[in-house]
Design a protein. Structure first.
Lengths: 263, 312
């Protein structure tokens, strides 16, 4: 009976891996077929040389980095403050940060278009600079669940109250406490939130497309509708980026765990 | 989506006794410090109200108005006209199929990795891969499945060449309901693995041994021990998966264009260029989506609280 259960487990894992690996293999194989009759990396060089790829990819990387900066500046002080002074507020903050998973992104952006249209009090869709800001803040909203959870897990693992009191005793002001004491202590939490945010923002389609900004997601969709081999090369590139982000989270996560074991 | 992996893992909150701390004394006693406390969370609440709550509330109000801004329920009656109702039905079918399939297969994979007595390296590999695959959604995922199961896809071609099965003559298409469900499973299964693994870890080995000692069979174990412990987690996760695919836009749009009439695609087209010829009907469509995803997420949160209570 034992052997039977192990056989079943192997079968599940093997069939599962086939389902997950075959599409990746197929995509990779397809991306190599651009030159007739032989395998080549032509599709990749065509994609990488496309100025629209460079522009949209650069734009999305910029957006992802800005989202991380704004998200961290918004979430870390709030989570710190709640932990220190207003623990009763924690369930409410947690609920709000989960809302972007409950309300689909397409609904949120529909709300933006209604609320911030060019005839409203705050016409954020009026010109492209302002729309960039709106897109950025939209991304911060979408990344709230990931960022808050990572930061909160980091904060729970350190004794915020003692750290703060020790810093205050030594005469530190609030900015010193926040940036020189709290930030370094929860660095791995912030980093894992940051990489998740990066993975979410870099290929995001709905917000960028409906706000009409030249991001990577809409570019992917456009290429997919018009080209044959380039989309598969782009899919492989996107998969590598996702894999890299998640790999970095694992590395920083395990660095944190082993660091704590040592101390 | 891999956030769910650390939902259950937070250590219990430290219960620090309320004492007059140094920081409280420094910021002054009484109401002044209270106000100061609230100022600290003001930026967050301002942000949440402006970019999350107001936009959503604004749509909700719009759903109850006609074009001139008067109160009406007509938009909701219009939701039940042919095309819109069809869209909801297709979205519902795809989400339900991919949620139930994802939950079943995901639980099976997680069970194999946790309880299947496989080599040590299987489990961390599966968890890392699930973290990646659950985030690999949207446009690139659609490309991957077109390369696999599209008309010229690898699997389609190989099946035709070596097995002699022409997938497309059986009526299958990657752009259809079954193709879309198969594609959605690619991020649903890993998400399920991430959510359900902690619950499976909670099944103690001794329980199985105790059941064996008392003469119970595998059926007795699953029927009277494992399933009663597991079902809130599994059902809750299924609801989360349902909401997850109900709100997905990019994969479906990149895969099917506008050939499949789903709610998200209909809403997308409506936002791009008023296809419903009634802005407020669009708001009602959005409100309907919030209701569906809100209810299933609410169910998830309720069941999760229940399963955590049961574990204590």
């Amino acid at each position: 009976m034992k052997a039977q259960s192990r056989f079943g487990a192997w079968l599940a894992i093997i069939v599962g891996s086939m389902y997950f690996l075959i599409p990746l293999l197929a995509t990779f194989e397809f991306s190599l077929r651009m030159r007739r009759g032989t395998y080549s990396f032509d599709a990749y060089s065509v994609v990488l040389a496309d100025p629209r790829f460079q522009a949209s990819f650069g734009y999305s990387i910029m957006m992802a980095l800005l989202t991380i900066v704004v998200g961290v500046l918004l979430v870390v002080p709030t989570a710190y403050w709640v932990q220190l002074r207003l623990p009763k507020l924690r369930p409410i903050i947690e609920f709000i940060t989960l809302l972007p998973l409950v309300i689909p992104a397409i609904v949120i952006v529909f709300g933006y278009l209604r609320l911030y249209n060019s005839s409203s009090i705050l016409p954020l869709t009026g010109n492209s600079r302002a729309t960039d800001v709106l897109l950025l803040l939209g991304y911060v909203t979408l990344s709230l669940p990931y960022m808050y959870r990572s930061v909160d897990a980091g904060l729970r693992a350190v004794d915020v109250r003692s750290l703060t009191e020790a810093a205050e005793c030594l005469g530190a002001g609030w900015s010193t406490i926040l940036f020189k004491v709290i930030f370094p202590n929860i660095r791995s939490g912030i980093l894992s939130g940051a990489f998740l945010t990066f993975a979410v923002v870099i290929g995001e389609f709905t917000l960028a497309s409906l706000l009409d900004r030249p991001a990577f997601g809409p570019y992917l969709q456009l290429i997919g509708a018009n080209r044959a081999y380039e989309p598969s090369a782009l899919a492989i590139i996107a998969f590598v980026i996702t894999w890299a982000s998640m790999g970095l989270i694992q590395i920083f996560g395990s660095a944190r765990a082993s660091g704590r074991q040592k101390s | 989506m891999s956030i769910s992996s650390n939902i259950d893992s937070g250590p219990p909150e430290l219960q620090v006794p309320q004492r007059p701390t140094l920081s409280a004394r420094m910021s002054g006693p009484g109401p002044a410090s209270q106000i100061w406390n609230w100022i600290g969370v003001l930026p967050f609440f301002t942000f949440a109200v402006l970019f999350l709550i107001l936009p959503t509330a604004c749509l909700m109000v719009g759903a109850f108005q006609d074009a001139r801004g008067h109160f009406t329920l007509v938009n909701f009656r219009d939701l039940f006209q042919g095309g819109v109702l069809d869209a909801y039905w297709i979205s519902f079918k795809v989400s339900a199929a991919s949620a139930i399939g994802g939950a079943a297969i995901g639980s099976l994979l997680a069970w194999a990795a946790v309880q299947g007595k496989l080599p040590e390296w299987i489990r961390p590999t599966l968890m890392t891969f699930s973290g990646v695959a659950s985030n690999f959604a949207g446009v690139p995922l659609a490309f991957a499945f077109i390369c696999t199961l599209g008309r010229l896809g690898l699997v389609t071609v190989l099946l035709k060449k070596y097995v002699g099965v022409n997938l497309y003559s059986t009526g299958f298409s990657v752009l259809s309901f079954s193709g879309l469900t198969l594609t959605y499973l690619y991020f649903q299964i890993p998400l399920m693995v991430l959510i359900v693994t902690p619950a499976l870890d909670g099944l103690k080995r001794e329980w199985r041994e105790a059941c064996d000692c008392l003469g119970g069979t595998a059926y007795h174990y699953w029927r009277y021990v494992a399933l009663p412990v597991l079902w809130p987690s599994v059902l809750g996760a299924t609801l989360l998966l349902f909401a997850n695919s109900f709100g997905a836009v990019a994969t479906a749009y990149a895969l099917t264009g506008s050939s499949l009439n789903m709610v998200t695609i209909l809403l997308y087209a409506q936002i791009r260029g008023d296809v419903l010829h009634n802005q407020n009907l669009g708001y009602a469509l959005a409100l309907g989506m919030i209701l569906v995803t809100g209810l299933s997420n609410g169910g998830y949160i309720w069941l999760r609280a229940r399963s955590e209570r049961g574990r204590k």
